[in-house]
Design a binder for this molecule. Structure first.
Ligand code: HEM
Length: 486
């Protein structure tokens, strides 16, 4: 047995020794088990570009005991999405998220039909319900904005991130879950927010199944977060969204779900709604503030939309009027700051066809990864890719959708919300939330970055949208045209 252990530690397991025909090149590190994980974590983009140079667009990396096959050519993504039966997205989530959030596995026989009900609930983030949801969101953003940030004249200064966080966190909580019957705002939001941030900062490790007890105090933090959403507590809240109301009812159908499990599901949904939206809003703000010419054009677009209608701030206009410069600027900030990767778990050994003349052999249990950041920084697709060009996604006053690689039009050129079976169900809501936030900021405030700060770039590794470790500061003051009105 010592011999086998030694072989294992040296990385000499079957998949390493016996590479099969047509399998992609395998890259394994010198450090047993961890493989290349440490290098990847330090700077994923740099690491992958280096491997791409040596091995081409497709290669397998052994990391933390897993075989991860990276497919870096975006022209190949449609072929991967097509194989949704053999390349499964949900399995990955089902195996990781329940333990991370503390609820029992959804696909267990004890909860027959729950998986399908959850998938159905996502339709309530779209269509007519989306309109209601976005209207409420704007009302709630206005509520927090008016009570916490208006009513001062003169310049004030603050952290961009803290500003985005405090507005988006509370407005999203109110919009999705409603508010206590006797108050318009929740008590204890700042404690909830602090716990949320603590949990979020360790999420990438918890989702890799690092035991929660290894992080001091984290179990208590998660317990607080779950307790906030106990059914007997939230059932007394009013103005709850249809989406959450329906999920509450559907959890009631399952007598094997304990109250604490239902609460853990609610907490997980709050996390899904905020973990990317807050940093994405932050980066959109930061890029606009650090590019005054873009800020001016976007501000003008917003002002024009609202002047025509003579309405203060209206949801329909935000969703339907701000489709050119503002939307392009937000997308451009997504391109520069999103490190979303899309994973699929291989369900059986098979030959994955990647077009007319190309295929690779993959094995059951391996993970296929589409890593779009490589394309975001590919100068063939995006000229001067490191530059923030707010109008990159506009052409002749309309949305630009044609981006090319090897003279072929790309079907997927921007995918911060995932793609295929892993497309985010909250993407329309998220886009609208970010536009609403920017509208309020630009309609009401004169804005500047604080002097003396260097140029910041998003971090190069991680999941979703990552923040910069520095606390970037800005100055804001009620626009002179509005000072008499508030
Ligand atoms: C800028 C904001 C957002 C971004 C970039 C984003 C991105 C994503 C991505 C990439 C996934 C797929 C996960 C994966 O591949 O592992 C996902 C899933 C999900 N997102 Fe979002 N999201 C955002 C906002 C939201 C909002 C506001 C909501 C809800 C109100 C939401 C709800 C969800 C849910 C429930 C899933 C899991 C879907 C499933 O199980 O199939 N997201 N999101």
């Amino acid at each position: 047995s010592c011999f086998f252990l030694l072989l294992y530690l040296l990385g000499c397991d079957c998949a390493v020794c016996c590479r099969r025909e047509n399998e992609p090149p395998l890259i394994k590190g010198w450090i047993p088990f961890l493989g290349k994980a440490l290098e990847f974590r330090k700077d994923s983009l740099k690491f992958l570009l280096e491997q791409k140079r040596k091995h081409g667009d497709i290669f397998t990396v052994r990391m933390a005991g897993k075989y991860m096959t990276f497919v870096l050519d975006p022209l190949l993504y449609p072929h991967i999405i097509k194989h949704s039966q053999q390349l499964d997205f949900r399995e990955f989530l089902q195996n990781t998220t329940p333990r991370t959030f503390g609820y029992p596995p959804v696909h267990s026989k004890m909860f027959s039909g729950l998986k399908e009900q959850i998938a159905y609930s996502f339709t309530l983030l779209q269509g007519n319900n989306l309109t209601l949801l976005t209207e409420r969101m704007l009302d709630n953003l206005m509520l927090v904005f008016r009570q916490d940030h208006l009513g001062h004249s003169g310049w004030r200064s603050g952290s961009i991130y803290q500003f985005c966080l405090s507005m988006m966190f509370e407005a999203t909580l109110l919009t999705m879950y409603g508010h206590p019957a006797a108050a318009t705002r929740h008590g204890g939001v700042s404690a909830l927010r602090d716990d949320f941030l603590k949990f979020d900062s360790k999420f990438h490790l918890l989702v890799q199944q690092v035991p929660i007890w290894l992080f001091w105090g984290m179990k208590a933090v998660r317990k607080n977060l779950i307790n906030y959403f106990m059914p007997d507590h939230i059932s007394r809240w009013t103005d709850m969204s249809e989406f959450i109301r329906m999920r509450m009812e559907m959890f009631e159908d399952h007598e094997n779900l304990r109250d604490v499990d239902k609460a853990a599901h609610h907490f997980a949904m709050l996390w899904a709604a905020l973990t990317n939206s807050v940093p994405a809003t932050f980066w959109a703000m930061y890029y606009l503030l650090s590019h005054p010419e873009a800020l001016q054009v976007v501000r003008q677009e917003i002002q024009e939309v609202f002047q025509i209608s003579d309405v203060e701030c209206d949801c329909f206009l935000i969703n339907n009027g701000l489709t050119t410069s503002s939307e392009s600027a937000i997308k451009e900030s997504f391109r520069l700051s999103s490190v979303t990767m899309s994973l699929r778990v291989v369900q059986e050994d098979f030959n994955l066809r990647l077009g007319e003349s190309r295929s690779i052999a993959v094995r059951e249990g391996d993970i296929i990864i589409m890593y779009p950041q490589i394309m975001y920084f590919d100068p063939e697709i995006y000229e001067e890719p490191k530059k923030f060009r707010f109008d990159r996604y506009v052409h002749n006053g309309a949305e630009k959708t044609d981006f090319y690689k090897d003279n072929q039009k790309l079907k997927h050129y921007l995918m911060p919300f995932g793609l295929g079976s892993s497309l985010c169900p909250g993407r329309f809501f998220a886009m609208s939330q970010i536009k609403q936030f920017l509208c309020l900021m630009l309609l009401y405030f004169d804005l500047q970055l604080e002097d003396g700060q260097s140029h910041f770039e998003p971090r190069k590794a991680g999941l979703g949208f990552k923040l910069h470790s520095a606390d970037i500061r800005f100055r804001y003051r009620l626009c002179t045209s509005r000072q008499n009105r508030h």
